[in-house]
Write a protein that binds this ligand. Sequence first.
Ligand code: NZQ
Ligand code: ZN
Length: 381
Amino acid sequence: MHHFKFCNPVKILFGAGQIANIAANIPQGSKVMLTYGGGSIKKNGIYQQVIKALSGFEYVEFSGIEPNPKFETLMKAVEMVRKENVDFLLAVGGGSVIDGTKFIAAATYFEGEDPYTICTERARINKAVPLAAVLTMPATGSEMNCGGVISRLSTQEKFAFSSPLLFPRFSVLDPTVTITIPPRQRGNGVVDAFIHVTEQYLTYPVQGDIQDRFSEAILHVLLDNGKAYVENPEDMEAASNIMWACTLALNGLIAAGVPEDWATHRIGHEITALAGLDHGQTLAIVWPGLQRVMGESKREKHLQYAKRIWNTSDIEEALCKTEEFFRELGVGTRFSDYPSVGDPQALIDAIVQRFKERETLLGEKSDIDYQITRQILESRK
Ligand code: NZQ
Ligand code: ZN
């Protein structure tokens, strides 16, 4: 096992009714900015619960943070934070709203010239507005980690950023808020969490027994509950298990001391940036191709995965079954499943060109270059 440092300071308030407890966890006297997305929280009553819980606090609202949050939108929020002297951010939404709020938190006090360099050049963040989250959709794990991903409209780019200053102070995980999530987003969320685990697990063995067994547990829980969660919104046992599994899939625990891949994500981000597909959809397309093209290098962990997750010694069978699972969740695994993409050739060429220009090297061994990226993407038509 590799050396590691591990610290996760996020307080989790899990369960129905926990939104009522947010006030006790926000410093008294704070001026709060509530951030949210396109308004789903107003239709399902989450907004009303949050407003009630905030009575006693002065607050302002910033709405309209879009899926795959845009730099351009977030900078408007930064202006508002400065103008209104906001000193606490409360994100109410899925990964996009939470990530967007992390960026607002970092950009508000950014001392350099261009806050976008937080993403492009990993510019250092020295101070951030404290933030917390009310999660409305299980998927990304953003509620318990210190990273985010934002997109820029003007350049059609999507980049990640992170800083220990961006851990939420607390996150509310109330599984009953999932009732109104549309099936497409449910499927996306389960696929996202599943692939978060494999990015930290399907690499090469370093005898991280605890990390491996935790990863396998999360995968099993996603497999056991995924279909029920997608097909039956009333199933609160499934929703609870999916919610906690998604959070644990990317809170740093299973990554500590082991190699990490993240190539599926990096390639997926380019598909979203250029073609607008949902995050989970891009992962479901790339993953089966990447596992096969990189099969030689991942062989030992693939065998372990096949045996412990799918009870077979046949790696190809395990990969096929995984792809079948994604499809059963309603998430297409080929470009041809997404009519909006049309012929994917131009998209593939554009991604490969970007990686060539940026001299991008991906994967746990940094051995996925632009040519291998082409091989992976060409196999997914
Ligand atoms: O905009 P609203 O009205 O909130 O509606 C959202 C949005 O349209 C809707 N939704 C959320 N909760 C709902 C609901 N609709 C009904 N009822 C509810 N309870 O769902 C739509 C999608 O929401 P979004 O937040 O975009 O989805 P998700 O949570 O999958 O987040 C995706 C973003 O997170 C990034 C992705 O790249 C993408 O930009 N990621 C962030 C990570 C992180 N911070 O650690 C890691 C991930 O790998 C990922 O990259
Ligand atoms: Zn993801």
